[in-house]
Design a protein around this ligand. Sequence first.
Ligand SMILES: C[S@@+](CC[C@H](N)C(=O)[O-])C[C@H]1O[C@@H](n2cnc3c(N)ncnc32)[C@H](O)[C@@H]1O
Length: 248
Amino acid sequence: MEYVHGYSNREALRLADQADTLTGILHSGTAYPSGSRVLEAGCGVGAQTIALAKNSPEAEITSIDISRESLSHAESLIRSEGISNVNFKQADIINLPFPENSFDHVFVCFVLEHLQNPEVALQSLKRVLKRGGSITVIEGDHGSCYFHPETEEAVRVWGCLVQSQRDYNGNPMIGRELHPLLNDSGFRNVEISPKIVYVDSNRPELVDGFIKKTIIAMVEGVKDQAIEKGMINIKTWNPGNRGSLQNS
Ligand SMILES: C[S@@+](CC[C@H](N)C(=O)[O-])C[C@H]1O[C@@H](n2cnc3c(N)ncnc32)[C@H](O)[C@@H]1O
């Protein structure tokens, strides 16, 4: 499958940095009881799988992804950590190879925003979730990113990321739609808890882990395609990144 961030080594590193930096925020509610069966859908290179498995060492975790290459990366990472409660399987979220009512919990992180039809994906996940089970869905919203100074170049560079994701049929603003999306897909008792990441120079770990290694790396990942498609020229791109969205 083709999607905006692609499957490069640089992207694998970015996903790992993103997960490391945000573990406290993303995994505050992901400890599952002993013996529970957990499905992680769209595990990528295993960046969130580590936190899931460490938070719930007695749970049985099944992590799926459509990309065989990402799965093999994830599997080596998990084995190198000595974690043994995770099984990996190549599968498409839309067509899951599990019977109905197979899992107590489903975990999805930064995946629905890349799918053309997230509602169909959620219905598919609901089919394999046991009655009374729970789902955790974590997605971004690129329309809620503010920075200072808000230079024209930085705003245009950010716009290239948003447009590139749309060009791949993704939805970069899906965060704000999760409540209706989950309800319309048949889930009940939906609770949304917005998480904010605030960074300034007094938070050097976040400047490094979030701004440079997660956000700038994500923006840099669409640079070539944005320039190639004529969304922006190199002259505007460079001052934009040197301005508010700094990468040095
Ligand atoms: C941005 S990555 C997120 C990976 C991981 N959840 C994380 O937070 O680090 C999105 C992942 O979703 C996977 N994916 C996209 N469409 C999928 C589908 N239909 N079925 C299964 N996985 C899919 C991609 O292969 C990619 O690994």
